[in-house]
Design a protein around this ligand. Structure first.
Ligand SMILES: Cc1cc2nc3c(=O)[nH]c(=O)nc-3n(C[C@H](O)[C@H](O)[C@H](O)COP(=O)(O)OP(=O)(O)OC[C@H]3O[C@@H](n4cnc5c(N)ncnc54)[C@H](O)[C@@H]3O)c2cc1C
Length: 358
């Protein structure tokens, strides 16, 4: 049986979009939940609403195609504080568990497009994620293992800050919301994983293996074959084997995705609030009081890695900006980045992850 639970403010254009299905636990799931509550050391087991049977997974797929796929393409990169799931499918866990087949998802999206129920950009965008990215990532895993576990191209060694486990401890709203979502639901969507959590982790110089272990502990869809290439490869540039540059960005990117962007203009975007809106940090300031730490850390990252990054035609132009600012401003930015990193506290949590446990 499935029940509908509405996400506040997530409806767009009267289509009921953004209302994922939540499945009440059956007797077996209930038993497992009790066990998890007994032995679990972090995270919240309840409320639990993920699909655990083939029939439930099919309902989730039908619900996604019928209500949220329409707006998937338009809002897939958006970040909102009041709509945690936006128009995403939430199907990675049932897919990874084998309750759904990738081709089944692609066909369902194609059929909806051919029937005129969803726009091409949404059907194509979704199909590309499933049979493009997902399959590609699987190939990457087999290609790069076993070395991928230890890959650390940037030689980043900083331990995981405690606020990854206790999100209330970070004052950065975008980060706090994404980390809280992981702790409480086992989920955040792609852009929060990549451009909030991993962006921060890369800029702060966190150890990719520690970050990978945290992802493993936190996400409902985490399996090594898909988690590791995404976190260590795509998210943290631990290897350049399949991305040509690090996925790093300043606060300007997060502000754009969390506000009214070209992609997100429209009724749904106007109704929702992004994390920059009421953050205590200013995304438009690079240093000084109240400046968003993403800015100083981003430009500091570029300055630190200038040697090899300035050879890269995809990012070379950014160094012209640094040069225009002059030494004094760059020095201030770098001091601000260092000051932020000095605030990070680690060591309050020690979880042993057995990477060979399955
Ligand atoms: C740092 C980081 C860590 C990630 N860790 C995981 C993980 O542990 N397990 C996991 O399944 N996915 C992972 N992903 C990929 C992707 O973010 C999730 O599959 C997606 O957010 C799951 O939510 P959804 O089902 O609502 O996805 P949607 O946005 O609805 O996308 C549809 C489907 O496309 C597939 N997909 C899209 N992008 C990717 C990708 N880069 N790699 C693999 N599949 C993709 C997924 O199966 C997903 O269900 C990670 C991405 C990043 C950047």
């Amino acid at each position: 049986m499935v029940v509908r639970r509405r996400e506040p403010g997530a409806r767009a254009r009267g289509r009921g979009a953004g209302d994922p299905w939540f499945t009440p636990p059956d007797a077996i799931t209930e038993k497992v939940l009790r066990w998890v509550e007994r032995v679990g050391r972090w995270g919240t087991a309840r409320p639990f609403g993920w699909p655990v049977t083939r029939a439930q997974a099919r309902s989730w797929l039908d619900d996604f195609v019928g209500s949220r796929l329409y707006d998937f393409g338009r809002y897939e990169d958006a970040i909102r504080s009041d709509a945690r799931f936006l128009f995403h499918s939430l199907l990675s866990a049932p897919l990874n568990l084998g309750l759904l087949r990738p081709l089944e998802l692609a066909r369902a999206a194609e059929d909806a497009y051919r029937a005129g129920r969803v726009p091409l950009a949404s059907a194509e965008g979704f199909i590309r994620q499933v049979i493009g990215w997902r399959e590609f990532i699987r190939g990457v895993y087999w290609q790069l293992m076993p070395g991928l576990r230890e890959a650390n191209r940037l030689d980043a060694r900083r331990p995981l800050p405690d606020f990854f486990w206790e999100p209330e401890k970070t004052p950065m709203r975008c980060l706090r919301e994404a980390l809280t979502s992981v702790r409480d639901t086992g989920y955040t969507h792609h852009i929060e994983r990549l451009m909030v959590i991993c962006n921060y982790a890369t800029l702060a110089g966190l150890d990719p293996r520690a970050v990978s272990h945290w992802f493993w502990a936190g996400f409902v869809d985490a399996y090594e074959w898909v988690e590791l290439p995404n976190v260590v490869g795509m998210g943290m540039f631990g290897t350049d084997a399949f991305t040509t540059k690090p996925y790093v960005a300043s606060a300007a990117y997060i502000k754009r995705q969390s506000g009214l962007s070209a992609k997100g203009r429209g009724p749904a975007a106007a109704k929702h609030e992004g994390p920059c809106a009421r953050c205590r940090f200013d995304p438009d300031r690079r240093s000084g009081d109240g400046a968003c730490p993403f800015n100083a850390m981003y430009w500091d990252f570029l300055a630190r890695n200038r040697g090899w990054m300035s050879e890269n035609p995809r990012v070379r132009a950014l160094f012209g900006t640094l040069d225009r600012w002059g030494d004094a401003e760059v020095a201030a930015i770098r001091r601000a980045a260092e000051a932020h990193r000095d605030t990070l506290v680690s060591g309050g949590y020690a979880f042993a992850i057995d990477e060979d446990a399955g």
